[in-house]
Design a protein around this ligand. Sequence first.
Ligand SMILES: Cc1cc2nc3c(=O)[nH]c(=O)nc-3n(C[C@H](O)[C@H](O)[C@H](O)COP(=O)(O)O)c2cc1C
Length: 173
Amino acid sequence: MNDILKAIETRSSTRGYTDQKPTKEQMDALLNAALQAPTAANRQEIHISVVDGSDPILAEIEKERTKGAVPPHNFYYEAPVVMILSGDTAFHWSAVDAGIAVENICLAAESLGLGSLIIGCIRDALSGEKKEYFAKALHFPEGYAYQVAVAVGTKAVTKEPHTYDREKNISWV
Ligand SMILES: Cc1cc2nc3c(=O)[nH]c(=O)nc-3n(C[C@H](O)[C@H](O)[C@H](O)COP(=O)(O)O)c2cc1C
């Protein structure tokens, strides 16, 4: 099996990280993988806010997400890096483009032996009444909004990839 198919097959969501940060070379590889993703009309509009896991903005997002309730874990599982992808709200392919870019990040992370977790649960927090505040704090370009996020780092826990049902999900037409 080639390396790409192997990374697709072995990737799974990582919900627990050590405090070891990705190296600069690893971060460059992940960011390049995101920017090498295709975008509709080659617009290349997806913006990536790279946030250190110790940055207080993550706790602020968590507080807004949970509205003060104490969850059993935070949304990024103590990952050393969280990347927040934003897109142009006036371009109707931004959600798709961000989805493709985020999977490129996940597969690149897997190929480097790193863990990753796609994060959708902060959407309401970043789209609610504090939307403008978070957009500014996260350096979103003007007119941009959150699309998806991804945590990356060294795995502290492992999980088997999900199983699937070919009969249910595939039709041969
Ligand atoms: C758009 C999207 C949003 C997701 N949001 C979250 C999230 O907020 N928190 C979380 O723990 N997992 C999240 N996940 C991960 C999924 O739960 C996970 O991919 C799914 O359970 C399959 O498991 P696997 O990634 O290990 O194959 C998200 C995945 C996608 C594609």
